[in-house]
Write a protein that binds this ligand. Structure first.
Ligand code: ADP
Length: 164
């Protein structure tokens, strides 16, 4: 049985993430979608872990072979603990490559048995990122084509004047 882990912050999950997850889920017996908790070092995180987990679960309803879990610390340690053989990453542009290449080499050094597989983003989602979506939503732009419906709702609520 081949188990793969697909890690990200999912702040929030986008249609690009859902596309990669759906395609990766067809390749493995089990795909663990791993939501980075960020308990120690907080990036520019908008949604707390529970909200991010809820949005990921709602957005992936009906996608077979997928489990959603949170993790903290090193992804290689989490993957090994879960009995995974593969880490899946998405590649959008050349700019993603350098980071992923460096990360994959370091991960291989720490966990030689764990393989990193990169999948190319679908052309329609190649320019999507969580940070761009947050910026558009914060400024009142329409993101309904870029995120699953439950995420559009969360963003709308978060940036509505009533929330401020
Ligand atoms: P983090 O902030 O945790 O790095 P990202 O969302 O930036 O989370 O990236 C997590 C993974 O998801 C990366 O492998 C990234 O390339 C992939 N990813 C992000 N957006 C897309 C997209 N639009 N299409 C395909 N893969 C994507």
């Amino acid at each position: 049985m081949t188990v793969a882990v697909l890690p990200a912050s999912f702040d929030p999950i986008t249609c690009g993430h859902v596309d990669i997850i759906t395609r990766a889920a067809r390749l493995f017996d089990r795909l663990i979608v791993a939501v980075y908790a960020h308990t120690r070092r907080r990036k520019n995180i908008l949604f707390d872990l529970d909200e991010r987990l809820a949005m990921v679960r709602e957005s992936l309803e009906g996608v077979p072979n997928v489990d959603v879990m949170s993790f903290d610390g090193l992804i290689v340690q989490f993957a090994q603990k879960q009995g995974a053989q593969v880490i899946v990453r998405g590649l959008r542009a050349v700019s993603d490559f350098e980071y992923e290449f460096q990360q994959a080499n370091l991960n291989r050094k720490m966990a030689p048995g764990l393989e990193v597989i990169c999948m190319f983003a679908s052309i329609e989602y190649g320019s999507l990122s969580s940070s761009i979506i947050k910026e558009i939503a914060e400024n009142g732009g329409d993101v309904t084509d870029m995120v699953p419906p439950p995420v559009a709702e969360h963003l709308h609520r978060r940036f509505s004047p009533a929330f401020q």
